[in-house]
Design a protein around this ligand. Structure first.
Ligand code: HEC
Length: 116
């Protein structure tokens, strides 16, 4: 009986640590998709970000990761399934794209409330 517990306990611990909420899953996916994390180029909350500054013909230029928390789901989905210059192709499933979209819009309701 004692030995049985030793066998089951690690499995229970492992299983419970595997239960994360859809929000936690999406936040993790945003930072760690199958490739470089989105936040590096689009910022923590998808507000967009300056990736690099450089000079071209002595004129200061900025290389910017687009703001991605203000577009419709269909635009978001399309953008992720098309080749883009300077952005890696991820080959995400529809579920993953949905999760990422929800992650970027998780605070929208709160924002609207505050705006009133
Ligand atoms: C290496 C930098 C980089 C990474 C990493 C990256 N992106 Fe991008 N992304 C860009 C750039 C640059 C553009 C603008 C490309 C263009 O104008 O054609 C872009 C465009 C987009 C667009 C389209 C925006 C629009 O208004 O059309 C979406 C959506 C997007 N990225 C989502 C993501 C998501 C989600 C991830 C993570 C899974 C991600 N990107 C990771 C650089 C990156």
């Amino acid at each position: 009986m004692k030995y049985l517990l030793f066998l089951i306990l690690p499995i229970l611990v492992w299983a419970s640590s595997d239960f994360i909420s859809p929000q936690e899953y999406a936040a993790q996916l945003y930072k760690n998709p199958r490739g470089i994390g989105c936040q590096h180029c689009h910022g923590e909350n998808g507000n967009g970000k300056i990736i690099a500054k450089y000079k071209h013909k002595n004129i200061e230029k900025e290389f910017i990761g687009a703001k991605i928390n203000n577009i419709s789901y269909s635009e978001f989905h399309r953008a992720l399934n098309r080749r883009k210059k300077a952005m890696p192709r991820y080959f995400l499933t529809d579920k993953e794209v949905q999760a990422l979209y929800l992650h970027l819009h998780k605070n929208d309701k709160a924002k609207k409330k505050n705006a009133k």
